[in-house]
Design a protein around this ligand. Sequence first.
Ligand SMILES: [Zn+2]
Length: 88
Amino acid sequence: MDTPPPLPPSQHNPRPTPTIPRVRKGHIICPNPHCHYTGSPRKKARGSCLIGILLLCIFILPGILYFIFLGGYRYYCPACGIQTGNDT
Ligand SMILES: [Zn+2]
């Protein structure tokens, strides 16, 4: 009676884990190849709130337009200072 050859033990080849950077919400990956900072960015308001209010007081429409176009924030890498994105 022929016994089947024992199957080789299934070897778990340690697959190289793909280095997909997991970014949390609100975090950035620096596009700078020399930096690669990952984390929370430095937030900077795009427009000046004071100018917007001033414009609103003097001219209603330019003030509204100012807040529409200059509202939101810009994000900078805190490590190298490169701009990484806009948030409107
Ligand atoms: Zn950077």
